[in-house]
Write a protein that binds this ligand. Structure first.
Ligand SMILES: [Mg+2]
Length: 257
C-alpha cells in the first residue's frame, strides 16, 4: 500500500524536522574503517602461522633465523606480490628453499601450502565493540572500508563479517599512501575536512591521511606486522588516539565541537 501524507501530516513532519529533531552540526560526514585488526582479528592469525612455519623448518635453522629471513623475503617481494596471504605463502616457500639450501622436501612445501589454506579458511573474528559501534554510527554517517591485501580474501572476510550492510563500499587497495586516499576521496566527492579514517596502523591508516589534510583515529592492536611499523610519530589537531573503537562516537562529538 502506498501511503500518501495529507497536508496536515506533512506539515507536522516538516515542523518536526525544523524544530523537534535535535540539530547536529557534524564536521565529519564520511568515516572510513581499516579492516584487518580494526574490524576483525588478522595479525594474531599471521603470528600463529609464523610460529608453525618456524616449527616446520626447525631442522634447518632456529626460529629467529626463520623469522628474520621470512621478513626480509616478504619485504623484498612486496613490490612484486603486494599484501595478503598468497604473497606470504610464496615468500614462505622461497624462505624454506633458501634456509634449507634447496633441500626442503615436497612434503614440507605441501605443509607450507596447507598453512596458507588454513589462513584463507580461517573464520572471521570480529573485534570487541565493533558491531555495536558500527551499527550505532551507520545511520548518521557515510561509511566505507579501506583495506590493503588480496581482493578475494578481503571480500570473503567482508562478507562473512556481516558488517557489510553498514558500509556503502569496500575499497581493496594495493597501497595505502596519500595518493591512494586522495583518489578515493575524489571518486566519492569527499572533502578531506569531513573525512575520518579509523585504523590500527600508524603507517597505513594515520600518517598518509593526515598528510592529505583529513582526520585520522588510531585504535591500537596488540600486534603490529614488522613491515607495517611507522618511521615517525603522528601529530597535529587532526590526529586522534582511542583506547578502543567504542570511543569513536565520543570522538565524533568532540570533533563536532
Ligand atoms: Mg589494519
Amino acid at each position: 500500500m502506498v501511503k500518501v501524507f495529507s497536508g496536515g501530516v506533512a506539515r507536522a513532519l516538516g515542523f518536526l524536522r525544523c524544530h523537534g529533531a535535535p540539530t547536529v552540526t557534524r564536521m565529519i560526514k564520511t568515516i572510513a574503517f581499516d579492516a584487518d585488526d580494526t574490524l576483525w582479528h588478522n595479525e594474531t592469525v599471521f603470528v600463529a602461522t609464523h610460529k608453525r612455519l618456524c616449527e616446520l623448518l626447525s631442522r634447518y635453522h632456529d626460529s629467529e633465523k626463520v623469522d628474520d629471513l621470512l621478513n626480509n623475503t616478504e619485504r623484498r617481494n612486496l613490490e612484486r606480490y603486494g599484501y595478503g596471504i598468497k604473497s606470504f605463502t610464496l615468500s614462505a616457500i622461497e624462505t624454506a628453499i633458501e634456509l634449507s639450501n634447496s633441500q626442503v622436501s615436497a612434503d614440507e612445501i605441501r605443509q607450507i601450502i596447507a598453512l596458507s589454506h588454513d589462513m584463507l579458511d580461517h573464520p572471521v573474528e570480529i573485534l570487541d565493540g565493533v558491531p555495536e559501534t558500527v551499527s550505532a554510527l551507520a545511520g548518521d554517517y557515510h561509511m566505507i572500508v579501506i583495506t590493503k591485501g588480496d581482493l578475494r580474501d578481503q571480500s570473503r572476510k567482508y562478507s562473512l563479517s556481516q558488517l557489510d550492510p553498514h558500509f556503502t563500499e569496500l575499497e581493496v587497495v594495493t597501497e595505502k599512501d596519500p595518493a591512494t586516499y586522495e583518489r578515493i576521496l575524489k571518486r566519492h566527492r569527499i572533502d578531506p575536512d569531513e573525512f575520518l579514517m579509523v585504523g590500527n596502523s600508524i603507517k597505513s591508516d594515520i600518517l598518509p591521511v593526515l598528510e592529505i589534510g583529513a582526520h585520522a583515529a588510531y585504535v591500537p592492536y596488540p600486534h603490529t606486522w614488522v613491515l607495517d611499523v611507522a618511521d615517525r610519530e603522528p601529530e597535529g589537531p587532526r590526529f586522534h588516539e582511542l583506547e578502543g573503537i567504542a570511543d569513536l562516537p565520543n570522538l565524533l562529538t568532540r570533533i563536532a565541537g
